[in-house]
Design a protein around this ligand. Sequence first.
Ligand SMILES: Cc1cc2nc3c(=O)[nH]c(=O)nc-3n(C[C@H](O)[C@H](O)[C@H](O)COP(=O)(O)OP(=O)(O)OC[C@H]3O[C@@H](n4cnc5c(N)ncnc54)[C@H](O)[C@@H]3O)c2cc1C
Ligand code: SF4
Ligand code: SF4
Length: 496
Amino acid sequence: MQNSQPVSFYIKTQRSFSPARKYIWILTIVIGLGGQFVPLIGLLVPFIMVALMGMSLFKGKYWCGNFCPHGSFFDNLLGPISRHTRIPQFLKSRVLIAAVLAFFMFNLSRNFISVMARLGSADFYEQLGLIFSTTYLMVLLLGGLLGVFINERTWCQFCPMGTIQTIFYKLGKTLGLAKNSDEKVTVSHPDLCHSCGKCARICPMQLTPYLQFSEDHQFDDEKCIRCNTCIHNCPAGILQMAGPQEAEELKENVSLAGFEKARYYKARIKSIAELKEDVRQFNFELLNPAQMPYDQGQFLLVEIEPAIKMYRAYTISGSNADNSEVSVTIKKLSDGYGTNIIFSNLKEGDTVNLKGPMGNELRIDPEGKELLFIANGIGITPFVSTVQSFFERGEQPLKGKATLLYGTRYEEDLVYDDYFEVMADQSDNFDYHSILSRPRTDQYQKGYVTDILKDLDPSPETKVYICGTAQMAGGATTILVKKGVPENNIFYESFV
Ligand SMILES: Cc1cc2nc3c(=O)[nH]c(=O)nc-3n(C[C@H](O)[C@H](O)[C@H](O)COP(=O)(O)OP(=O)(O)OC[C@H]3O[C@@H](n4cnc5c(N)ncnc54)[C@H](O)[C@@H]3O)c2cc1C
Ligand code: SF4
Ligand code: SF4
């Protein structure tokens, strides 16, 4: 169970969300290498410089994240092979940034002056083009080496073109040019954030948006290259690129339903039950405050790294009658940063910080006449506390009937299977079906939860709660809608 390799904090991920970002790296080869043979190609560079300076007056370092050919080269070609380690602090320091800019300006001016002596000669423009082409090639080589050995966007920490954009951006802000056009990473509301730190782990510039949202709910760091990577990867789906006006509207209209009672808790780990080799149930005794009232389907956050306020979200899979004890059930991922810390460091008797309860998507409606729960993998956890409350303890008796469909790959992946079987035997209004995609014995039906779904006949009033992979949720939703269940009766939460 122990990992011999430490799990990397930074995650390699896809960062090209537009055709420009995917293919514009070709220009680095054409200008840097091609310009060595056809120097006039190098004369494209001044146009690029003017474009990026003009854009930065209005949109900060937007160019770097969306149009820069070197940036596209680093992301697309070096990203997959980069060592992907933390960028040393001195490479981000103001001294280095200023020194590189000074060196760049000095070198360019020196070369420029020597070429100016040939003004009017036949090869003047060729010599000029060669200066720019060679500079372009140098960035490709030096940036490339840093990109492979440290992190793909290491060069971008002190790139003179980036520094010039920052200067122009400040000017644009002072002149009021950036006022309406300046789109920044914006959070719908900081209270909706899981503090999972994924936005920091996938940021090519190694910034930490989740720790720095302003009162306007925006991320104001001038180093942000507006690349959208954090937005595409936030598991809570609460980030967007927004201008000041849009951010204001978001702030006013956001719903905090399901999050309004969340607060910080101190808790003691009362016991840890090993359900499977890679699945453990952690039972917390709440110390301060002493109780966590929650709705079935809500989750809580477990702190994994106090130094950087990093948490992981886990659905509450059970509690005692007065909610002074709550449980979560966690599956360890071999390359998971947080679960490796949790499985190695958290021991019985330890004190941990929690935040909760949170979440609206899977809050089960106990008034529903017909409830359908669909889960695969570890997505079963929200339905454990639901079954416990509705059928084991009967503290919230269900008026209608409920059906649970649960799919995993192998027999050994099923958790709480016996418990659900017993609850289904004891309850008139609870049905349970499990299914395995690769059963090792013939004790279980072979297939996917969607196969069971095809044989069910849900009424249009059925409320459906789905937790699991996006593929399963998509397939299940299509079948249900075809069977007449309105889409707004289908609720889905992903753990990714
Ligand atoms: C509302 C909610 C409830 C949850 N409830 C539970 C629960 O009850 N039980 C449970 O076990 N888990 C639950 N989770 C998932 C849990 O929060 C963690 O995400 C999970 O434990 C993995 O954390 P980790 O830090 O170990 O993995 P991470 O280090 O975050 O990695 C997870 C996996 O995804 C890959 N990965 C992650 N992001 C990217 C990316 N951007 N690009 C490429 N690859 C990527 C990693 O390589 C790895 O395989 C829940 C999540 C949410 C949002
Ligand atoms: S904060 Fe987000 S948009 Fe800005 S550079 Fe990092 S990942 Fe890109
Ligand atoms: S939920 Fe995670 S990725 Fe999204 S803003 Fe919060 S910390 Fe960042």
